[in-house]
Design a protein around this ligand. Structure first.
Ligand code: 13P
Ligand code: SF4
Length: 305
């Protein structure tokens, strides 16, 4: 079967069986083409709340499928490939948060959405990269404990100078690979290019950017800019999508290490198999997780707008 034939079968089956396919922007172009909704973590969370389909496939990583399930407890939610985890989400757990809370009783615990549903049970509010600054600014308390991504946390801190921050030492192994020398080399090779980066990168890297923001933010900036060349500091798929969407512009990946292997395990065949009735993993959450983890996610949507 060719890629096009497989895509046609998926499109036919998802309609017939009442499935909605959500795909994070780090998925390959062939997956985005068969998705009903694509975007960054925040956009997908909000979209997930609105879908009317009985069944949802999340082409992304586990915490994203869990978020969809939390927001849609009555739907069947499938993670496209059970191996697709997020190493950052596994860096912290509920017990660690509870201990941090005891040590910092007057701090509001702000947790990046890249965390497990069980971890979210112990936090006050969830944020995504595109909503973090707005949400933190809207929190009444001026003491913020930001977990698990200290790089994103430091980027938020810079934009909220009135608040005091504490951080957990976690981070994204993919974005943390970007090195200063790689940016300097890319700028030397493409002197007119703007450098766009995801705030999961190290603070000294984000400080060198012309623009820092979420996956959707980076794509919007590049599409709307009058500039023609861009050095991209986020997952390789964004270069692929931008190049397809803007054929008159040029996009350069800042580092060959910018591949999230967890995002890349999902294939069209995984999605096809779920539609055929096998493969993937249906997300099942315990009653405690389903109720307790939903509270900080609803708070994110309430404060994030
Ligand atoms: P956003 O989708 O919020 O840009 O986050 C990027 C990411 O690393 C998702 O795992
Ligand atoms: Fe996790 Fe980083 Fe991959 Fe996103 S890009 S899923 S944060 S490892």
């Amino acid at each position: 079967m060719t890629t096009r034939e497989l895509q046609d079968k998926i499109i036919e089956l998802k309609r017939e069986k009442d499935f909605c396919i959500l795909a994070h922007a780090y998925q390959g172009q062939e997956i985005l083409e068969i998705a009903d909704l694509t975007g960054d973590s925040y956009g997908l969370s909000v979209a997930a709340k609105k879908t009317t389909a009985k069944n949802v496939i999340m082409a992304g990583v586990r915490f994203m499928a869990e978020t969809v399930k939390l927001l849609n407890p009555d739907k069947h939610v499938f993670l496209s490939n059970p191996m697709a985890g997020c190493p950052m989400a596994d860096q912290i757990n509920r017990e660690t948060i509870e201990k941090l809370r005891e040590e910092n009783p007057d701090y509001t615990v702000v947790c990046y959405v890249n965390s497990t549903a069980d971890t979210k049970r112990a936090v006050d509010v969830v944020v995504t990269s595109s909503s973090a600054v707005k949400i933190v600014k809207g929190i009444k308390n001026d003491k913020i404990l930001f977990v698990p991504d200290c790089n994103l946390g430091r980027w938020v801190e810079k934009q909220c100078p009135d608040k005091t921050f504490k951080f957990f030492k976690g981070g994204c192994p993919t974005h943390m690979r970007i090195r200063k020398e790689e940016i300097l080399a890319a700028k030397k090779a493409h002197p007119d290019a703007k450098f766009l980066v995801h705030p999961e990168a190290l603070p000294e890297i984000t400080a060198m950017a012309d623009y820092a923001g979420s996956t959707t933010g980076i794509m919007k900036y590049a599409k709307e800019s009058s500039d023609k060349e861009f050095i991209i500091g986020t997952e390789q798929a964004i270069v692929e999508h931008l190049q397809a969407d803007c054929p008159d512009k040029r996009f350069y990946l800042v580092s060959t290490g910018l591949v999230c292997h967890n995002m890349k395990v999902t294939t069209l065949s995984d999605i096809y198999n779920i539609l055929l009735g096998y493969g993937g993993e249906e997300i099942i959450l315990s009653k405690e997780v389903a109720t307790e983890a939903l509270t900080p996610i609803n708070k994110m949507i309430e404060l994030g707008g």
